[in-house]
Design a protein around this ligand. Structure first.
Ligand SMILES: NC(=O)c1ccc[n+]([C@@H]2O[C@H](COP(=O)([O-])OP(=O)(O)OC[C@H]3O[C@@H](n4cnc5c(N)ncnc54)[C@H](O)[C@@H]3O)[C@@H](O)[C@H]2O)c1
Length: 292
């Protein structure tokens, strides 16, 4: 990668819990490329995670903010502007949580309280951040905002539960606000749809290891790692992508364009020899464990 792509730029990074987090890798790369950062996460994540280590490595300030609380977001962006000495250049939204996924509650048995929480944390928080940044005029002209998404926004993937709906909403918010922010302030807004990645949030998905294996077999370039995702995010924060906005950009080794690959079909054939999958599915459904 070219050196100093973010030299002189300043940004706020949401969602670095520990070194597996995609946001952690983005923060490391942004720092390497010359950016000055403010790191943020929810108060509970600050207690349980290791963000202070990342702050030490990158020389950043950490500010607690629960992304579902408007006053926290307002305080975060106001304080960040004080630290940066005014407007700044980029924001990474790397936040996701579903009580249904966490508690293993199937999609068809959700309570709407759980579902609203999923949407609030994983999608509406993005609107909240954009609305506050817009109101405070926090972002410089040609600034860039990126949120992380997943292909379950377009296609149903067993086990991803209401996070698929949350990601569809997240991507729609990027388009709706992308129009307004681009038109009024020349700020671009995109989502990056990343391969399954072994992080704390990712590993919470039912059948995650199989999902990783399946995506790997289906993607001509293989799954994208968190580090590779970070490289892509850096390019979107840099001046090399000024006219890219309102897009959902797949960073998934080609998975989203595939129907079937030789590697996947070979495994599928083998499984026919080894397992009676119809029977297995029926048994799971009977046990109330069929998750959609
Ligand atoms: N891991 C994957 O397979 C994968 C694939 C595609 C997209 N993504 C997306 O990438 C993003 C980052 O997830 P990750 O995989 O790095 O996992 P992660 O668990 O490291 O990060 C999720 C973050 O969300 C934060 N968060 C949860 N509730 C919050 C709240 N109320 N306020 C503020 N922050 C809150 C957590 O503290 C955590 O830091 C998420 O949007 C996720 O959906 C992940």
């Amino acid at each position: 990668m070219r050196e100093g792509l973010l030299k002189g730029k300043k940004g706020v990074i949401f969602g670095a819990l520990n070194e597996k987090s995609i946001a952690w890798q983005v923060a490391l790369k942004a720092h390497e490329q010359g950016a000055e950062l403010v790191l943020t996460n929810s108060p509970v994540a600050l207690r349980l995670g290791t963000i202070s280590e990342l702050a030490r490595i990158t020389g950043s300030t950490v500010i607690a903010a629960d992304a579902t609380r408007m006053e926290d977001i307002e305080n975060l962006l106001t304080e960040s502007m004080k630290i940066f000495g005014g407007q700044f250049d980029f924001i990474l939204h790397s936040i996701g949580m579903s009580p249904n996924v966490r508690k293993d509650i199937p999609y068809e048995q959700t309570s709407y309280e759980n579902m609203l929480k999923t949407f609030d944390i994983s999608a509406l928080s993005f609107h909240r951040v954009l609305q506050t940044a817009y109101k405070l005029d926090a972002l410089k002209e040609w600034g860039s905002v990126v949120a992380l998404s997943y292909v379950a926004a377009q296609r149903t993937l067993s086990g991803y539960n209401d996070m698929g709906d949350a990601k569809a909403l997240l991507e729609s918010i990027a388009r709706s606000f992308g129009y307004i922010y681009g038109r009024d302030r020349r700020v671009r807004i995109n989502t990056v749809s990343q391969s399954p990645t072994p992080t704390t949030a990712g590993s919470g998905i039912h059948g995650f290891d199989s999902l990783v294996d399946f995506s790997e077999r289906m993607s001509p370039l293989g799954n994208a790692t968190a580090e590779e995702c970070a490289d892509y995010c850096i390019s979107l924060f840099s001046d090399l992508t000024r006219k890219v906005t309102m897009q959902n950009l797949f960073h998934d080794g080609g998975f989203s364009s595939m129907g079937m690959s030789i590697k996947a079909i070979e495994q599928y054939q083998k499984s026919f020899e080894e397992c009676d999958c119809d029977e297995k599915e029926k048994e799971e459904a009977k046990a109330g464990g069929a998750r959609h």
